[in-house]
Design a protein around this ligand. Sequence first.
Ligand code: FAD
Ligand code: UDP
Length: 368
Amino acid sequence: MKYDFLIVGAGFAGSVMAERIASQLNKKVLIVEKRNHIGGNAYDEYDEHGILVHKYGPHIFHTNSKMVFDYISQFTEWRFYEHKVLAKIKDELYPIPINRITINKLYNKNFQSAYEVKNYFEKVREKRYPIKNSEDIIINQVGVDLFEKFFKYYTQKQWSLEPRELSAQVCGRIPVRLNDDCRYFTDKYQYMPKEGYTKMFERMLKHNNIEVILNTDYKKIIEDIEFNKMIYTGPIDYFFDYRFGKLPYRSIRFEFENLGVENFQESAVINYVEEMVQYTRVTEYKYLSGQKSNSTTISYEYTEKEGEPYYPVPTDINRELFLRYKLETQKIKNVIFCGRLAEYQYYNMDQAAANSLKKFRELLNDGK
Ligand code: FAD
Ligand code: UDP
């Protein structure tokens, strides 16, 4: 069988590309996925207790892009959901992102207005200029004590690096608030797919022009398949057989547990920001799905160096290595590199989708 496109990886990046190519160009697509399921890291499934869990950790859909939201909405209905996260210090829970409630509770203050909180940050912050890394960006806003309490150890655990070794983009994902807004995200669209991500991906890929092969590394079959163009969404260093050395990706070990209680913790996610607790966060999945049940399923996250690649590690040195690989991609004409692993970018799901939609438009323009 001859295909127009071979797509490596059935996550957001690969699936959006496949859907567009099949439905808009009427071209034949083969997706090769090495896992035993579609959906990439957004994959979810019902566990043996009937709770919808995310196999690769909590995935909350949020975007400011109407274009992306409208596009994804073709494949799912939504459940309104605004994500909240608490950080645990000693036996107390505090809103994260840091906001007025966090400051009042932590320092026993009674700030009533954003103005007072702003003044407080002005007093405790340490000016850093230029902002070069993840330590600078937080200390420049809220000073050393809040940095050490909420960011230093969580970041060490998550990345096995000091915040000052990581791009400002990492801790810069977390805003600092002057008000009482306890939501993790403030995007215009914040929802969970009503029947889960996997169902959404199934609808996306249900097309006569799309064929999916699971449990297969593309390198095992590439010699046996005829195709015109490849879209590659796996790790970029693997594509080039680690020619310049391995690019670090951070992995996570998830430990799932079902408990015979209706409810385990006070919010969907609790971040363990202290050094002595080994895991980074605990997720209680019922908050995400809105399910009612007598039992509840939670997951603990332990980050690890080896294992499935989940996060690119944004440091200067890794970026340099990535750019060497990127230069190689420019020498290859019939492969499009796309997604979190292939572009070594800390994309959220909406960004991965937006990026694939952009790459699809470029593909259209190239064809003209
Ligand atoms: P992936 O989902 O990684 O898909 C790549 C696919 O390629 C995988 O299925 C992989 O098995 C396959 N593949 C790789 N190599 C090969 C090969 N050699 N042959 C065949 N197949 C191959 N984003 C949000 O917007 N909100 C969140 O709350 C959120 N939470 C997250 C929590 C965690 C713990 C993690 C790790 C990520 C989170 N994300 C979140 C980010 C989100 O997972 C990504 O944006 C999205 O999955 C990127 O899609 P992708 O297709 O680029 O990559
Ligand atoms: N972070 C932190 N403390 C927190 C939350 C986040 O130090 O309570 C830092 C940490 O380095 C983390 C980064 O900010 O990796 C981004 O956090 P986010 O919750 O966006 O991570 P993700 O959901 O992508 O794992």
